[in-house]
Design a protein around this ligand. Structure first.
Ligand SMILES: [Zn+2]
Length: 78
């Protein structure tokens, strides 16, 4: 699908895609550039420590990725 960007930098996300992803007006979106591609996806909170997304565990209402969780477990008590 080819879309044109307007003078203010806006692009309309087709309704079918918005419905498919559950995106509603006012929802926060994550916009990123990765290897020359622009990605737009529904916002998700990443790991509290490193910002990684994907498989996250909840610890005291904070998201923590597996790598940071392993680092926390390996950290000796002060
Ligand atoms: Zn992390």
């Amino acid at each position: 699908m080819i879309k044109k960007i307007d003078n203010l930098g806006r692009v309309v996300i087709p309704k079918g895609y918005r419905v498919m992803l559950g995106i509603k007006p006012g929802d926060p979106l994550d916009v990123e550039v990765d290897s020359g591609r622009l990605t737009i996806q529904p916002h998700t909170d990443g790991c509290t420590f490193c910002g990684a997304r994907g498989a996250l565990s909840a610890f005291m209402n904070k998201n923590v990725c597996r790598e940071c969780l392993a680092r926390l477990r390996a950290t000796p008590e002060i």
